[in-house]
Design a protein around this ligand. Structure first.
Ligand code: SF4
Ligand code: SF4
Length: 254
């Protein structure tokens, strides 16, 4: 029996992927990463793209420029199909530390993922960050893609990141879903049970802004209305595991 197990292990080899790699993670062919809005995109172009967008307010004129809000975007790609002025790159490094950094505008300079502006977080959490997940009425896709990070293929634990069952053991709460009215109190209680210093991570369009459910009387439009402003925003619908992991590593300064 033991010999069988050893042979199986030898046959299977080491399955955990290296992360990060110079060439980046293996992404699905239809993966949509950070969008780019052409520098010559006009308000008329924006209207064409916005007419195809299922997310109210995602595409809008901000500071006089056509822009796209990654905090609302579902990455469905309909805008890019409707307008050649929008293209989706394969850049999966989407996480940011400030809500305003989720706005992509026409003519933006080349994107460089920001480092955590709160230097205390890497100092405190670089070697160990315990995370409590709260599914606040998510559709389960955000939750499943976060669970993937716990599998042997991604092995979250090798980076000092660990999902814990109790908020009392957690440094950060990882929120998914638009925060339904029914889940608002649970999220508040989870946050209240965490000891200081404690941090909030909003993962997915729903947790950041309410996503497709924004404006519904049944939801609280994401985390910011219920707990303090997130310390990390991970856009996507759902965020790819590589996007979440890359954002978490920048969050803890690794
Ligand atoms: S990819 Fe984002 S901006 Fe484009 S249509 Fe879909 S939700 Fe709207
Ligand atoms: S952001 Fe998208 S994938 Fe995540 S919970 Fe909302 S609808 Fe589901």
């Amino acid at each position: 029996m033991i010999l069988k197990s050893i042979l199986a292990r030898l046959f299977q080899g080491y399955r955990t992927g290296t992360f990060p790699t110079k060439s980046g993670p293996k992404l699905p062919p239809d993966f949509k990463g950070r969008p780019v809005l052409a520098a010559d995109m006009t308000e008329a172009d924006l209207k064409v793209a916005a007419a195809a967008c299922p997310c109210p307010g995602c595409l809008a004129i901000r500071n006089g420029k056509p822009s796209l809000d990654l905090g609302r975007c579902t990455f469905c790609g309909r805008c890019a199909a409707a307008s050649p002025k929008i293209t989706f790159t394969k850049d999966y490094r989407l996480a940011v530390f400030k809500r305003e950094d989720l706005i992509v505008s026409s003519g933006d300079p080349e994107y460089v993922p920001p480092q955590n502006p709160n230097a205390a977080i890497p100092r405190l959490l670089k070697r160990s960050c315990q995370i409590r997940e709260v599914s606040a009425a998510g559709c389960a896709a955000c939750e499943l893609d976060f669970n993937v990070l716990g599998t042997l293929a991604w092995d979250l634990g090798r980076f000092g990141l660990k999902v814990v069952a109790s908020p009392r053991h957690a440094d950060a709460v990882y929120v998914t879903g638009p925060v339904s009215r029914n889940m608002a109190l649970a999220l508040q209680k989870t946050y209240a049970a965490m000891s200081e210093p404690r941090f909030v991570i909003a993962a997915g369009a729903c947790a950041i802004s309410g996503g497709l459910y924004a404006g519904s009387p049944e939801v609280r439009n994401g985390t910011s209305d219920v707990v303090p402003e997130p310390d990390l925003f991970i856009p996507g619908c759902p965020p790819h595991p590589a996007t979440a992991l890359e954002g978490l590593l920048r969050f803890i300064g690794r």
